[in-house]
Design a protein around this ligand. Structure first.
Ligand code: FAD
Length: 690
């Protein structure tokens, strides 16, 4: 088998037609292991790479660059998919690029025979994703300065744009809208419509699929492209390394980078480099059997990590063993799970998304989002590798028929391995190239949690309040389980010596690669947010946080308690919380009583129980009941905060607040809405919603 794969790689290298492939990629030359990927060098990986996009496209012979602004990986995934499709259907020479890796002054020098595609997610309150901040500021700035002096500056630039947004947010898809507007103002030519995917309506994937066909058509016309029979070309070469075993010191078993592999992780700890933090304490917050909510305290005193009340902590999960086994099994890889492989990009602009050499097991367990919803397009791609004709036909049907796909796959929350099992009726999918899986399955993403501790009280201990995702779905025997929250549940069970209620919980490899997470550790990093208490503690605050939306408010209230204990004057704090029943899921009930003892009348908790009386009561109902007081507090420049469910609650609270202002101030609805808008603009109304 080794010869075959090696042959393919050599062949591919020749096909790519450059000896430079081996000489230019200097990384291959200098690292000890000729197969080690550049990712292994963690932060050093980007050193020495050009930030000049023209130079990059020229040296790699590309005529289509696809930039992504991505926070959770979806935009990046869509960018890769466009790159593949552009290449296989139209022979475009595509490359995918992280917006953060390039400069933009020479966008005006992109020749008109090339095309730039932007795939841009909008984050939070209409903000750019972290990796798109610089680009966004540059392009929407008052006078972006370009290299040449032409007028309009971007007259030669042809671009395509797709946005990922959520209509439940105020600034729906504002990134793609604003960037498109800015580019057009600078004279650039948009090809096709600027697409908009809507996560709020749950139609992101279908919006993307519906957008891209007319876009390709428009691009085809503009660039005179010929459509050809789509051929699959692997992006990555996989070489099995007979000389190495999973115990060889240079083999990555899930370590995120070289420092972790060497056992000496150092800061800065960030989205590329997690801190393996000890969990100092973990316990259950609900008192019912079938629902779980965790309180977990993570000790970051051994690191230089810091946080402020209101920030987010990212948890790096691993996949449950059950699903790892299912995935390896259906692909016929179980026997090879510990085989060491090196993965190499077959073209210079592709990046291997994990460090190698590694094992199949480690890739699937630590780096692939194998439990996530599978895309219809990916099923269509995999049809070509089906074990027999019947399976192939069924896969093609799932890939091509939106309604059929919805009914067979979506409603049951099936992940890729479950689809392959069902469609293949138990046959193994041994023809699927592993490269196709690396390309088609997104990178396993860290999950964010609103920090529920106060940095004033505990600067080095970060707490998480997370509800464990477990859903019973019709037509499915086992419940659907969330990846990260069940991983955290398993950690909590281990720490407390609880018996695991499900085999699922037992199956996580919670001691981590080489047992380095043993003694109950979890990989984390901190993300700073704008969700912050007023700098003046005497300002009143109104907090609306039902369910786990109360997380950051636990931090806020504890901070005010600490301030009061330090002798500071603190303003009124009124917290609207909601849950089902006092006896089941009343989060932190005792802690609020403690806070009340310190803050007295300056702290008030208002609780909506949705399943106690005959009528369901939610936080927005109670807000209405307190209309008078809320209006008064707002007139005293109170800050208003909402956290939790973006789809319904946050939007309704926004509406209710407008109604309160209209009623109490005797103004029109539209005037009231304008006031709420202005409050948002002035940071007097802040949201932390997901
Ligand atoms: P996942 O495995 O990621 O699944 C999550 C959901 O994705 C599922 O419910 C389902 O709807 C969908 N899904 C996954 N797989 C499939 C499939 N195969 N088919 C169809 N649908 C699928 N949560 C908290 O509990 N507390 C907090 O304080 C908190 N703060 C947050 C702050 C921010 C800024 C953000 C962005 C999110 C926050 N969250 C919080 C949510 C949290 O990040 C996670 O999304 C949540 O815990 C679920 O993660 P999981 O890995 O367990 O579930």
């Amino acid at each position: 088998a080794e010869l075959d794969t090696l042959d393919i790689i050599v062949l591919a290298a020749i096909l790519l037609g450059t000896v430079a492939y081996f000489t230019k990629g200097k990384l291959w030359g200098v690292t000890k292991d000729p197969y080690a990927s550049s990712l292994a060098n963690a932060n050093g990986a980007k050193a020495g790479k050009t930030r000049n996009l023209i130079e990059k496209m020229d040296e790699s012979g590309k005529n289509c660059i696809i930039f992504y602004g991505s926070q959770t990986g979806t935009a990046e995934d869509y960018a890769s998919r466009l790159a593949k499709e552009g290449k296989s259907r139209f022979g475009l020479e595509t490359m995918v690029a992280d917006l953060e890796d390039y400069d933009y002054e020479n966008l005006d020098s992109v020749p008109s025979g090339k095309v730039v595609i932007f795939v841009l997610a909008t984050y939070g309150e209409g903000e750019p994703t972290d990796n798109a901040v610089d680009f966004y500021e540059f392009i929407t700035g008052d006078t972006p300065t370009f290299t040449e002096d032409s007028d309009p500056p971007l007259a030669n630039l042809n671009f395509v744009a797709f946005g990922l947004g959520n209509n439940t947010y105020e600034h729906y898809n504002s990134m793609v809208r604003n960037v498109t507007k800015a580019l057009e103002k600078l004279g650039a030519h948009r090809i096709g419509e600027a697409g908009e995917g809507d996560d709020g309506a749950g139609t992101m994937e279908e919006d993307f699929l519906a957008w891209k066909d007319p876009m390709w058509k428009a691009l085809q016309e503009k660039m005179g492209l010929e459509e050809r029979e789509a051929v699959y070309e692997p992006v990555f070469g996989i070489v099995e390394r007979d000389g190495l075993t999973k115990d060889s010191p240079e083999v990555y078993l899930g370590e995120p980078n070289k420092m972790h592999l060497d056992g000496s992780p150092k800061g800065p700890f960030n989205a590329h480099n997690p801190y393996i933090a000890p969990i100092s304490k973990s316990y259950e917050l609900f008192s019912v059997k079938d629902r779980n909510c965790l309180h977990m305290e993570v000790d970051v005193s051994g690191s230089n990590l810091s946080y402020q009340t209101g920030d987010h902590i990212a948890v790096w999960p691993t996949n449950p063993g059950e699903e790892v086994d299912r995935f390896l099994d259906v692909l016929g890889l179980t026997g090879k799970r510990n085989t060491v492989i090196s993965v190499k990009a077959l073209e210079p602009t592709a990046k291997v998304p994990f460090p190698t050499p590694t094992t199949y097991d480690a890739v699937v367990r630590y780096h692939m989002e194998i439990c996530s919803p599978v895309s219809r397009q990916f099923l269509a791609t995999l049809a070509a590798f089906a074990p027999d004709e019947e399976t192939k036909t069924e896969m093609a049907k799932l890939g091509g028929d939106k309604d059929y796909f919805h009914q067979k796959v979506n409603v049951h929350h099936l992940n890729i391995a479950r689809v392959l099992q069902t469609v293949g009726k138990g046959k193994k999918w041994t023809n699927v190239p592993f490269s196709a899986l690396i390309e088609g399955v997104t990178k396993l993403q860290p999950r964010y949690y609103s920090i529920s501790s106060s940095s004033l009280e505990h600067p080095k201990v970060i707490s998480i309040t997370a509800v464990v995702e477990s859903q019973h779905l019709p037509g499915r025997e086992d419940p659907f389980k969330g990846v990260a929250t069940n991983y955290l549940l398993a950690l909590k069970e281990k720490q407390n010596g609880d018996p695991s209620p499900t085999p699922f919980g037992l199956s996580y490899e919670i001691t981590g690669p080489r047992n380095r997470y043993d003694g109950i550790h979890v990989p984390v990093h901190v993300r700073h947010s704008n969700f912050k208490l007023p700098s003046d503690p005497t300002k009143p605050i109104i907090l609306v946080g039902p369910g786990t939306g109360v997380a950051p408010f636990r931090g806020f209230v504890r901070e005010r308690v600490k301030q009061a204990q330090n002798g500071e004057t603190v303003g009124k704090t009124i917290l609207f919380f909601g849950c089902r029943k006092r006896s089941e899921d009343f989060l932190y009930e005792k802690e609020w009583e403690e806070a009340k003892k310190v803050l007295g009348d300056n702290f008030e908790l208002v609780v909506a129980f949705s399943r106690e009386g005959a009528k369901k009561v939610y936080v927005q109902h109670l807000l209405k009941q307190r209309a008078e007081e809320i209006n008064d507090l707002l007139l005293k420049k109170a800050y208003f905060y909402v956290c939790g469910d973006a789809a319904n609650m946050a939007r309704e609270v926004n509406t209710v607040l407008g109604q309160i202002l209209a009623e109490k101030r005797g103004i029109s609805d539209s005037k009231a809405e304008e006031i709420v808008k202005n409050m948002r603009a002035a940071n007097q109304y802040q949201e932390d919603v997901w």
